[in-house]
Each structure stands twice: as structure tokens, then as C-alpha cells.
Design a binder for this molecule. Sequence first.
Ligand SMILES: Nc1ncnc2c1ncn2[C@@H]1O[C@H](CO)[C@@H](NC(=O)[C@@H](N)CO)[C@H]1O
Length: 147
Amino acid sequence: MRMLLIHSDYLEYEVKDRALKNPEPISEEQRKGRLDEVLAVFMSVEKVDEANPEEVVEKAVKEIKDVAGQVKAEKIFVYPFAHLSSDLAKPDVALEVLQKVEEKLKEEGFEVKRAPFGYYKAFKLSCKGHPLAELSRSVVPSGEAVS
Ligand SMILES: Nc1ncnc2c1ncn2[C@@H]1O[C@H](CO)[C@@H](NC(=O)[C@@H](N)CO)[C@H]1O
């Protein structure tokens, strides 16, 4: 799993078109979303993660919590993003991993939104620009090599 973490004044998205034959079903309300004062986490779930999705979820949540603590972010935007890796997990595994990350971050007390999976989306992002505002992290199941 590769993550790009951007501490932002806001992130807003608007769903434009389907990018998969069977994208995640969404309500009208989910076609647009916005959070202010947010840690935006762009996430590519990778083929290597299929070996142990549960472990990758735990490791990703740990990394996100760590960064959120450092930048003092209380809101997290989980953003499916198929552009951080050239070896992507299949969509059904990727969606499940992202749903679990969302769920666990909520259990940890964060306000969390997750952008819809399987769509092309317009988005606007305002990066805060401080030294920890732009970070990347990579997590894989134990025993697997980070590519
Ligand atoms: N392994 C994976 N990890 C993360 N996201 C993944 C994925 N496989 C599929 N997706 C989702 O399907 C859209 C088309 O690839 C992806 N859409 C996007 O990445 C948008 N930024 C438009 O390009 C994403 O929602």
C-alpha cells in the first residue's frame, strides 16, 4: 500500500464518471464531499497487500495516526488513488482495505470521510505547505518486500 499524505486547509471532490465497470454504489449525497482542516490520504492498494489485507490495514492506520498526531489533524480524508503504484491490487480487495481503514480510523475517534471508489473525480486541495504537510508512506504485509 502506498500513501501520499497531504495536510490541507480543505479537500473537496466531485464524482464525474465511472472509472470501473462496477464502481462502488453511492448515494446522491456522496457525489460531492468536502472536509476542512484535514489530513488527506491518497491510497493505492497494491498486489502485494493481497497476501494479508488485515495486516496492511493495521499498518496503514498506524502510519496515518502517527502523521495525524504530528500535524495535529483530527479529520482524515481516505481517498482511493490508483496512481501511486504500477502494481495495483484488484478492485474488490482494494475497496475492502479502504473501507476497513475508514472504519478503524473512526473507531480511533477521527472524523473520517472516504471518497467513492471506482470513479473519476474532480478535486480541489489546499496544501498547508509546512514541513510535514507533504509525506509519503509505504506499508506491506510482514515478509513482503516494499517495491
Ligand atoms: N488498487 C487500487 N487502489 C486504490 N484505488 C483503486 C484501486 N483499484 C481501483 N481503484 C479505484 O478505481 C478507480 C479506477 O482505477 C480509481 N480512481 C482513481 O484513482 C481516481 N483518482 C481517478 O483516476 C480508484 O477509485
